[in-house]
Every structure is written in structure tokens, then in C-alpha cells.
Design a protein around this ligand. Structure first.
Ligand code: FES
Ligand code: FES
Length: 159
């Protein structure tokens, strides 16, 4: 039996897209495969690793735990949408470069979106708050020290 398809309007990084997807299409898959926004990475697909974190109406959310049909008409921001309007790096991105906050980069998009939202809510985190900000995201390479430094540097840069 053929699966029924649904027309969904996805608003991503300020642009509206129309996609036709099965009801169970994950938002992470719709972003990557239907829209070609492969900056959002998929690790566990179970809501654990945080690699797929995007912003939904400004709040961090696991794109692997959302259905594309449930994201209709919400404001979605992926890592591709974090750069400044002139194409330059955002303060959080710049801080990652300066502090060597990544190695393989698989986890990075999820950290960037998470920290962008975290610093908007708490622009001047203490060291412990900076650690707490990234506690829900997994990184197998860096040991986290440079990611926490990047949070603190991004705060200095006025993220
Ligand atoms: Fe979504 Fe791991 S891929 S949390
Ligand atoms: Fe490799 Fe984080 S930089 S998983």
C-alpha cells in the first residue's frame, strides 16, 4: 500500500519551502533530504546526542524527534541560518574557530544552535552555567573543554 503524502510548508532560515512528505517523515530527514540542508547532522536518531539540534521558534529542539508535519509554519533555524546577514560568522561560530571548539565537526551544528539559544537567554554565563549550557550535547572528540571556552568567548563577543 502506498503511503499517503502530506503537503507541508516549512519555514527555514527565513525562507518558506513546500514539501510533500509521508506523515512519519522526521524533520531531520526533511531538512537534509528534501531541502538539502545537510548542516543538520543525524547521529543517534533517538534524541540523545544533540547533533540534530535546530531552533524551533527560537528554542533548541531535536530535529530527529519531530515530524516534519508537526513543524509546519513554525520558524526553524538550522546551522545554515546562523551566519550574519553579510555572510560573516556569528559570534558563536567565530568563538568556535578561535577556541578550537571542534575536531571532526560532526557534533558542531548542534552545539552552535544550542549555544546560540543559550546565550540569548543567558548572555553572561558563569563557567558552570557555560558547562550546563552544553550538557545535553555529546562530542566524541574534543573533551568539551574548548567548547566551554567557546561559550565563554562567544559571550565576550556579544553573542
Ligand atoms: Fe537527534 Fe542524536 S540525532 S539527538
Ligand atoms: Fe567530533 Fe564533536 S568534534 S564529535
Amino acid at each position: 500500500m502506498r503511503e499517503e503524502l502530506h503537503d507541508v510548508r516549512l519555514r527555514v532560515n527565513g525562507t518558506t519551502h513546500e514539501v510533500r512528505v509521508p506523515a512519519r517523515r522526521l524533520l531531520s530527514d526533511a531538512l537534509r533530504h528534501d531541502l538539502g540542508l545537510t548542516g543538520t547532522h543525524v547521529g543517534c536518531e533517538h534524541g540523545v546526542c544533540g547533533a540534530c539540534t535546530i531552533l524551533v521558534d527560537g528554542a533548541p529542539a531535536r530535529a530527529c524527534l519531530m515530524l516534519a508535519v508537526a513543524a509546519a509554519d513554525l520558524e526553524l533555524t538550522t546551522v545554515e541560518g546562523l551566519t550574519e546577514e553579510d555572510g560573516s560568522l556569528s559570534p558563536v561560530q567565530q568563538a568556535f574557530v578561535e577556541c578550537h571548539g571542534l575536531q571532526c565537526g560532526f557534533c558542531t551544528a548542534g552545539f552552535l544552535t544550542t549555544i546560540t539559544a543559550g546565550l540569548r537567554d543567558n548572555p553572561h554565563p558563569t563557567h558552570d552555567e557555560a558547562r550546563e549550557m552544553v550538557a545535553g550535547n555529546l562530542c566524541r572528540c574534543t573533551g568539551y573543554q574548548n567548547i566551554v571556552k567557546a561559550v565563554e568567548r562567544a559571550a565576550e563577543l556579544g553573542a
